[in-house]
Write a protein of this length. Structure first.
Length: 138
């Protein structure tokens, strides 16, 4: 048994699927929250978009559940990684809208305002992890 191809029964020559599994958990959890607490997500939908905010909340929740599931399944993991990267880019305007709204609101605490701004750059590692999941898909 070669030390470069196997370690305690694990094939180390294959890339790790950890990024896909982490993102899957994140997306499935977030998708479920879109239906458990939709009002919060409705408030982040950019007002410039046509139609009801709840529709965007539900569609994005379904997308997160579907993409999270795709990342779990080896046969759809590559597609799931690509879709996750696209989703993280697509929802960025909602994250910006939330930060703007929270910073303008007298009801939002200072730590919440700081947090809403500080989380914006976190989209970058989410996108890079999604691309890593796509690249490492078996």
């Amino acid at each position: 048994m070669s030390s470069t191809s196997s370690f305690h029964g694990f094939d180390t020559a294959r890339p790790s699927q950890a990024a896909a599994l982490r993102l899957s958990a994140l997306l499935i959890g977030a998708g479920a929250m879109h239906f458990a607490t939709p009002t919060f997500f409705d408030s982040t939908v950019p007002r410039q978009l046509p139609g009801a905010a709840r529709t965007y909340t539900q569609v994005s929740g379904v997308a997160e559940l579907a993409i999270g599931t795709a990342l779990l399944v080896p046969k759809t993991r590559k597609l799931g990684g690509a879709l996750a990267a696209a989703l993280f880019i697509a929802v960025f305007p909602a994250n910006i809208q939330m930060a703007v709204d929270w910073c303008r609101s007298k009801k939002t605490s200072t730590p919440q305002k700081i947090g809403s701004i500080a989380r914006l750059p976190l989209q970058i590692p989410l996108v890079t992890e999604a691309l890593k999941a796509r690249r490492n898909a078996r």
